[in-house]
Design a protein around this ligand. Structure first.
Ligand code: SER
Length: 320
């Protein structure tokens, strides 16, 4: 069985993906890489945990040797809003972390590297509706710049060194296990928590803001399906568009109101509005569907019902 190192195991996606990988590959075969944030109890109790900062080559190499790692998944990143506050940090973590991972994977002849990308690779000059796979990539955020560069770098390692590198452009990811941090799409998670706790939410983008989004179960499915796809069938490698749903902030509020009628949303756009405005409304993911069978399960209403159920349970237990 392969040994997998997942860097960023305490993050929004990493925390849930680590547990899914452990179910599939066995707890001992999936090493949870964390930095400062403590791992969840579930992660701490189901397999090995190591301190691994992608910027620290020694830490990376020690962990890879200790466990004979075959696959690295790099979920560590500085997201869009934090990246605009500290562009230098975003470049450093997202690019230098990535090149460390790719170089080590090449040197140790790893079986696979998975590096997520994002809808942040698109910019104001990209077509906004049903954004094609192949299109203009001129982002205006540092996060987006690092994600375009990361896609190109990953593809370079595929063609130059024959390394198996894969990646997909996540839309905004909505989940209820671990909170996202520092992203522009975070309002689509915060709304559910605030609706359950306070029946109101002040949204930091305006009501017409429409973005591509995806519920966590679909995000996990997309990621594992891409990992397990037949490499010889992939024509793209590090830049797959993956769509699931697309809604405006008002449509999101309306969907919450169906289940919490007294819910009120007000709008106070801040600096994240400009970031949201530079991203598409929806994406065309035909290559992902054709090359590895991508198909989402959740629409907005199904997600809202599931999110509210999970967050109500947390609230009743006094966890939030
Ligand atoms: N969720 C990310 C962000 O908002 C997009 O990939 O920064």
């Amino acid at each position: 069985m392969e040994k997998i190192l997942i860097i960023g195991s305490a993050g929004q996606i990493g925390s849930e993906f680590t547990l899914l990988l452990r179910e599939i590959y066995g707890g001992d075969n999936v090493i949870a890489g964390i930095r400062k944030t403590r791992p969840s109890e579930k992660i701490a109790n189901t397999g090995p945990v190591e301190v691994v900062d992608a910027l620290n080559v020694e830490e990376l190499v020690d962990t890879i040797k200790k466990y004979n790692v075959d696959i690295i998944i790099n979920m560590a990143a500085i997201l869009s809003a934090t990246g605009e506050k500290n562009p230098n940090l975003a470049w450093n973590v997202n690019m230098n972390g990535l090149i460390n991972v790719l170089e080590i994977a090449r040197e140790f002849k790893m079986k696979q590297v998975l590096v997520p990308s994002s809808i942040a690779v698109f910019g104001p000059s990209t077509p906004v509706d049903n954004t094609p796979q192949e299109t203009i990539l001129k982002p205006t955020t540092m996060y987006g710049i690092t994600k375009v560069s990361g896609e190109l770098l990953g593809d370079y390692y595929v063609q130059k060194y024959g390394l198996d590198v894969r990646g997909l452009r996540y839309p905004g990811i909505i989940s209820h296990e671990t909170l996202p941090g520092g992203g522009t799409t975070d309002y689509a998670v915060a709304i559910y928590y605030e609706a359950v706790k306070n029946k109101k939410y002040t949204c930091f983008v305006n009501e017409d803001t429409r973005l591509p989004m995806m519920y966590m179960p679909d995000c996990l499915k997309a990621t594992i399906d891409l990992m397990q796809a037949d490499f010889s069938k992939l024509k793209h490698h590090c830049d797959f568009n993956v769509g699931a749903m697309s809604f405006s902030a008002k449509e999101l509020a309306d969907s919450v109101k169906k289940y919490i009628p007294e819910f009120e949303m007000t709008y106070q756009p801040d600096e994240r509005q400009a970031i949201a405005d530079s991203w598409p409304n929806s994406v065309d993911d035909t290559p992902a569907r054709e090359q590895w069978g991508w198909k989402p399960d959740y629409d907005l209403d199904a997600m809202t019902q599931d999110m509210l159920k999970a967050i109500r349970e947390k609230h009743e237990k006094g966890l939030i």
